[in-house]
Ligand binder design. Sequence first.
Ligand code: ADP
Ligand code: MG
Length: 291
Amino acid sequence: KKVKGDKKAQSAKEEHKQLYPQPLTTFGELKTTYGISRRMAENLADQGYKIPTEVQMGSLPLLLQPSTALGESASELGDANVDLLSIAPTGSGKTLAFLIPVVNGIIQRRRQNEDKGEHHLEAIIVAPTKELASQIVNEAKKLSIGTGVKVVGMRKGMRLTRSQDEVEKESSGESEEDSGDEAEEPCKGSSQPVSKADILVATPGLLLGSISTGSGDQHTPLPTVQTLVLDEADVLLDPLFRDQTLGIWNSCTNPELRVTLWSATMGSNIETLASSTITSRRSKLDLPTTS
Ligand code: ADP
Ligand code: MG
C-alpha cells in the first residue's frame, strides 16, 4: 500500500516538474541556463546579490526562457509569455524578481532584431506611491548599468504620444543619453514627451494623465509595451486606484502583452482580477464596481 502511495506521489511530482520549471538556486544560473547578459550578471554581483530569495527562486524561471531551445516545461505551459501573480512578504525581493525579466527581455529582443539601441517603450511599471516608484527606478538603473537600457521615472508634465516613432521624431534634436541618467525635467506649463525610454516607472495618476486624450475615457494606446508590471497590486486594484490601473492596462494594446502582479497580500481584488482576466486577458477588462 505504501509503495502505491509513493508511486502516486512520484507521478504527481513528475507532473509538477513538467508543468513548472525548477526553482532557481543561484544567480549564476541566470547566466548559464537563461542566458542573461554578462553585464546584467555583473551588475547583480556588484550589488552583492548572491543567493536568490524565495520569490526570486520561484518566479524567475517562469518569467525567463531557457537560452537553449524552449524547454519542455515552457512548451507545457502552453505560452512562454506567461502572466504571473506573485504573492510574497514585504522585504522578500519582489522588485528584483520583476525587474530582471523586464531588463533581460529588452536586451534579448535587441540582440535578436540587431537593433541599434533604439528605445521603444517596452515596459511600464506601475507603483502606488512616488516614493516606491523612485525606489524602483533606482534599482532598475543599477541593474541596467552598461546595458543600454534606459529607465525613466515619470514626472509631472511628461506625456506619452501614440507611437514611439512619434516620440523619437519630436525629440530627435536631443543628445543621446545613457541609462543611469536622470529623467528629463518637465517644462513648467507645457507637457514634454517621454523621450527614448525603454522602461517607464510611474504612479497610476501621472501615467494615465500622460496618455489622456482629453475626450472622456479615451487614452492613447501603447502598442509597443510588452510588459506591464503592477507592484503592490493589492493597492493598485483597490477602489482608490482600480479605475486608473485598469485604464492603463487597457491602453497596453499589444496582444502579446505580459502582465505581472506583485503583492504582499492576496486580497479579494486580486483574486477577482486573476480569475476574470488572467483567463481572458486579451479581452477588455471590465470588472464589477463592487469588490
Ligand atoms: P519587496 O518588494 O518584496 O518588499 P524589495 O524588492 O524592496 O522587497 O527588497 C527588499 C530588500 O532586499 C532590498 O534592499 C533589496 O536590495 C534586497 N534584496 C533583494 N533580493 C536580494 C537577494 N537575492 N539577496 C540579498 N538581498 C536582496
Ligand atoms: Mg516591493
